[in-house]
Design a protein around this ligand. Structure first.
Ligand code: SAH
Length: 564
């Protein structure tokens, strides 16, 4: 058994039956093991994702005696030995459908999804981003899948996906962060959707124990009559963010400086705290800061000998706008943050072909808006208004959102329409230049510059001046938007300027459709560039005077060998 070093990868194991199965298994995880002799019970208890490269009946027989509980069983997927199909066997809505879709993207298999909500396109109550579901889920889901429209009780107006159709059926959906009475709601056909609405502020002395803080948290949640499933984050002062008691709670930690905390008005300031850490409140101020503007304190400060705790609820009308870079195309070049930002967004907005590239991450509980080319401002305005209605909204861009994409436009639009820019989160991605460079070698090994050749928004004069400056400064240049059907001569003008300073043998890389179907990389020289093959899905890198070939690859030395 070989274990990977990446903890995320270590949560996945692949079991195989034969040598050909092993080849597929290796493409799916660094942790592989023969089925024969494997302790399946222990594996199901240890790993979050278990993949069998075997026929479905074999996998079913192996796992059947060890299936325990819908809430704790891992995601299990079976992939046939030719890698043609990926079939979720257990925990479809708790990861297996997603796992099967991502396997289908990485090895070209077809994901065989059979959960009814996914194939009928109805909203799946147990996979609405930002909510957990408890109660009579099977009963209400069944009614929804057969065209029913449950009644809705939603006191605070938490935003729900448009695919969740509600009406006046006897089945009921309650949206609330209050502690549910599971037995009663389950027996009366009620599902409670619990929004992740709460930020728990904590303060503690250096010698506070994990047990004390955990107990204070449980007391606080009980006193306020809230559900612990609604806790989105723990907020505290920066000097306690690494404290073992705070970390042991196992919840995302938000840390604030004493200056930030002092700026918040709280009901129970303390002079002692002010003297010790420079702010009159830690727990209350941190909970309110963490929950964001317009939040409300739902539990004022409570104390134990060594700790304080308060709870705030965020405003249901304050969604986050996430401008997400999905990388050049393939799922492998997406960051974990990009993936989780998309998975946890209720609304997804983007250019149609980019939405196709993240298809494996989308489910029927999300609202997806595909836009045609152009209309960038419309997309951004739509995303802002969606976040304003309370939805966490992902605006997806290819590559990185800050590189000739939507991030800057989102801030411009936010300023124009008065949207608070602190509600915008930029999730970086692998930009085309980096992905293309990697395919060719290390052409960006020394100082380099990105230049867009599109003169739609920038006058050509300005672009030419920048190219000349880059040529003069001997920078490696990555050209974005090099050539379209209408704009055919900019690239040759750009290459002419560089040719005035660089030899005809300067390496040039033409990388087309990087990370997408029919990727093509051509490595050539400044004198031999075949411009007709360059289009708007191509990234062009031109080396500087020290960029050189290493066999069929290209690199720009960093200068170590010049050092004496
Ligand atoms: N935000 C994107 C760039 C958008 S501008 C990024 O960070 O990559 C669009 C230009 O980017 C295209 O004209 C092309 O030059 C380049 N580009 C984007 N994706 C590409 C890909 N997969 N392969 C090659 N070039 C790509």
């Amino acid at each position: 058994m070989t274990a990977g070093t990446n903890p995320a990868a270590a949560s996945r194991i692949v079991l195989y039956l034969s040598e050909s199965g092993l080849l597929i298994a290796k493409r799916l995880s660094s942790l592989t093991m023969p089925v024969k002799g494997a302790d399946i019970e222990a594996i199901l208890e240890t790993y979050q994702e278990v993949i069998f490269v075997t026929a479905v009946p074999i996998a079913v027989r192996l796992i059947a005696p060890h299936i325990k509980d819908k809430a704790t069983d891992p995601a299990v997927v079976s992939v046939d030995e030719h890698g043609k199909f990926a079939v979720p066997l257990l925990s479809g809505h708790r990861g297996a459908n997603l796992l099967a879709r991502s396997i289908s993207q990485s090895i070209g298999a077809t994901a065989v999804i059979t959960t009814l909500s996914d194939i009928s396109g109805t909203c799946a109550l147990d996979s609405i981003p930002g909510y957990s579901a408890v109660g009579a889920i099977a009963k209400v889901q069944n009614a929804i899948n057969h065209g029913g429209a449950p009644s809705l009780i939603n006191e605070h107006g938490w935003p729900l996906p448009a695919t969740l159709l509600v009406g006046d059926d006897e089945t009921v959906i309650v949206v609330s962060d209050s502690a549910p009475d599971i037995d009663t709601i389950s027996s009366t056909g009620v599902v409670q959707l619990i929004p992740s609405s709460l930020t728990v502020g904590v303060g503690c002395s250096l010698d506070c124990s994990s047990e004390e803080l955990t107990e204070l948290l449980q007391t606080g949640i009980r006193l306020a009559g809230l559900s612990s499933d609604a806790i989105a984050a723990i907020a505290t002062i920066d000097i306690r963010a690494d404290h073992h008691a705070v970390r042991s709670l196992g919840i995302r930690i938000l840390a604030f400086s004493s200056e930030e905390l002092s700026s918040i008005e709280v009901p129970n300031p303390s002079e002692v705290v002010q003297r010790t850490v420079g702010t009159a409140s830690v727990a209350e101020a941190a909970s309110l800061l963490g929950a964001g503007p317009d939040s409300t304190l739902v539990l004022a400060k409570i104390k134990s000998p060594m700790a304080t705790l308060a709870i705030a609820r965020r405003s249901p009308q304050r969604g986050e706008l996430r401008v997400v870079g999905i990388g050049p195309g393939s799922p492998g070049m997406r960051t974990m943050d990009a993936q989780s930002a998309i998975l946890s967004s209720q609304v997804i907005i983007g250019f149609g072909p980019y939405i196709d590239l993240i298809d494996d991450l989308l489910g029927p509980s999300q609202e997806v808006h595909r836009y045609p080319i152009g209309e960038e401002s419309d997309r951004v305005r739509h995303a802002i208004s969606s976040a304003r209605s309370g939805y966490d909204t992902a605006l997806v861009c290819s590559g990185d959102p800050g590189v000739y994409a939507m991030a800057a436009l989102a801030f411009e639009e936010a300023d124009t329409v008065g949207f608070d820019s602190t509600r915008i989160r930029i999730v970086p991605g692998v930009t085309a230049a980096l992905a293309a460079a990697g395919l060719a070698g290390a052409p960006l090994g020394h100082d380099h510059v990105y230049i867009s050749l599109s003169d739609l928004l920038t006058p050509w004069d300005a672009i030419e001046r920048r190219i000349a400056a880059a040529a003069e400064a001997d920078l490696v240049v990555a050209f974005y938007n090099p050539r379209s059907k209408q704009r055919t001569d900019q690239l040759s003008r750009a290459l002419d300027i560089l040719a005035g300073y660089r030899s005809p043998n300067t390496p040039v890389i033409l990388a087309r459709k990087v990370g997408r179907k029919s990727q093509q990389v051509t490595i050539t020289t400044l004198a031999a560039v075949e411009q007709s093959t360059v289009d708007m899905e191509t990234l062009v890198i031109v080396g500087n005077t020290s960029t050189r070939f290493s066999g069929s690859r290209v690199y720009t030395p960093r200068g170590y060998h010049l050092k004496t």
